[in-house]
Design a protein. Structure first.
Length: 65
């Protein structure tokens, strides 16, 4: 049974290695797209020094009991 266990473990390791190589390849392809077009997909507004100034505004119409 030791031979069967070793062969199964070898097959599992080969599958996991292939999965890792595919994940690294996909990450490399995504990074190549970013390098090819470095323009961000969102709009940057650098005129406002505090980009989160509207995040914490208080609503003055709320009344607490």
């Amino acid at each position: 049974m030791n031979i069967w266990r070793n062969s199964i473990m070898t097959i599992i390791v080969i599958i996991l290695f292939g999965w890792g190589i595919i994940a690294l390849y996909e990450a490399q392809v995504q990074f190549a797209e970013i390098v090819k077009n470095p323009e961000p997909s969102w709009d940057n507004d650098f005129s406002n020094p505090d980009p989160c100034s509207n995040c914490h505004r208080r609503d003055t119409n709320v009344r607490f009991l």
